[in-house]
Design a protein around this ligand. Structure first.
Ligand SMILES: [Zn+2]
Length: 384
């Protein structure tokens, strides 16, 4: 199995006695409930999903990532992980040497940030370096500007995991690695997604499972902060459960959610998402067309090329756009089908969303009936 990024899985989770001590001393600590994005990041740092990061980045690391695409030690890294100072006036005086407790929306102390640096963030430069644009209409650029222009850097101690609003455990990198080892998988391909599966997704998952160099497929949906029109995580996970249970050999496919805020950074986000999956034990990574893209900000195949520019020790499995060809009667791509566009059904979420919105039957040519039954239930999408 591929080793963790940087050679060692970071583990910033504290021991049980340490947690009890920190809980008892909570009253002595300034605390904050940061944006959920930062709580997700703090948890991922704590469980090693962002190895070799053991804390939030400082000014030198961010500058290095933005200008060279690498951490100061030379390891490729494409998206800065930073902690904007929250607006609470009581916290503005905190700086190097101070510690701040990170509290979740359920008022549980989940982590402690040991502040090593307080520094200004050039948000426009950050946006251009990470997302290739400073257009405030870009969702992550909008988030950057909505947060403050000062940041704290420092190591994170994780006291406890976040509580997901759905009834399913989110496996840690150590847990997925143990699971893959138990199954005897050596080479695992990660599948990044943020929507329920339709047959174009299934097609490239099957192509991957057919490869003789792949032992298992790890489906790892990103289910972070929700915005209007997103599918609810429960729906995405249940739909994937239905696909795995009804169609795939269960000995070859694993599934777990990943709670992080989606970075729509096109190629740089694709590279970041692949680095994270290496920490979960995946030495191969599926990259479709326009992965992690949004709007028209990115060349749809730039997410393929960036893997030639930076070697992150992960094998990219690059796939072209696939579609249902009426003439072939199968899923196909430009590599396997000679028929004109007029024969190709769009396999887009847009078609599914339009059918859901208008109450017309879901497109049976691109959805398994078990998946369609789950998507067709009311309340599957976030409406406000
Ligand atoms: Zn065809």
């Amino acid at each position: 199995m591929v080793d963790p990024y940087g050679g060692r899985l970071v583990d910033r989770q504290v021991s049980d006695p340490e947690r009890e001590r920190r809980d008892a001393e909570r009253g002595d600590l300034p605390t904050v409930t940061p944006a959920i994005d930062q709580l997700y990041d703090a948890e991922k740092i704590g469980i090693g999903a962002y190895s070799p990061l053991d804390g939030f980045m400082g000014s030198a690391a961010i500058a290095s990532v933005l200008t060279t695409g690498r951490l100061p030690n030379g390891l490729p890294w494409s998206i800065p992980i930073h902690f904007p100072v929250p607006p609470d006036p009581a916290l503005q005086g905190l700086g190097p040497g101070d510690a701040v407790g990170l509290v979740d929306p359920q008022d549980r102390l989940v982590g402690v940030l040991h502040i090593e640096e307080k520094f200004p963030v050039d948000r426009a430069a950050f946006a251009r370096g990470a997302y290739g644009t400073d257009d405030p209409k870009h969702p992550n650029v909008a988030d950057l500007f909505a947060a403050g222009d000062m940041a704290w850097a420092g190591k994170v101690d994780l006291l406890r995991r976040l509580v997901p609003p759905w009834d399913r455990a989110e496996l840690t990198p150590a847990e997925t690695r143990a699971d893959f080892a138990r199954r005897g998988w050596k080479r695992v391909a990660a599948y990044q997604c943020r929507n329920p599966p339709h047959t174009a997704h299934e097609y490239i998952q099957r192509l991957t499972l057919e490869r003789e160099d792949i032992d298992g497929l790890f489906i790892h949906p990103v289910v972070g902060r929700l915005k209007k029109g997103d599918y609810r995580p429960e729906v995405i996970l249940e739909a994937y459960d239905a696909l795995v249970k009804n169609y795939y050999p269960e000995t070859r496919v694993a599934l777990s959610p990943l709670t992080i805020t989606m970075r729509y950074g096109g190629p740089k986000a694709a590279l970041f998402l692949a680095i994270v999956r290496r920490n979960y034990g995946c030495g191969s990574y599926i990259v479709g067309r326009d992965q992690a893209g949004v709007g028209k900000y990115y060349d749809p195949y730039a997410c393929h090329r960036i893997f030639d520019e930076f070697d992150i020790g992960v094998q990219p499995l690059r796939y072209d756009e696939s579609f249902f060809c009426r003439h072939c009667g199968w899923m196909a791509s430009r590599k396997t089908c000679s028929h004109p566009d007029s024969e190709h059904g769009a396999t887009s979420q847009t078609r599914i969303r339009e059918a859901l919105a208008s109450g017309t039957p879901l497109p049976a040519d691109i959805l398994r009936p078990e998946v369609a039954a789950i998507l067709g239930r009311p309340g599957g999408e976030v409406t406000n």
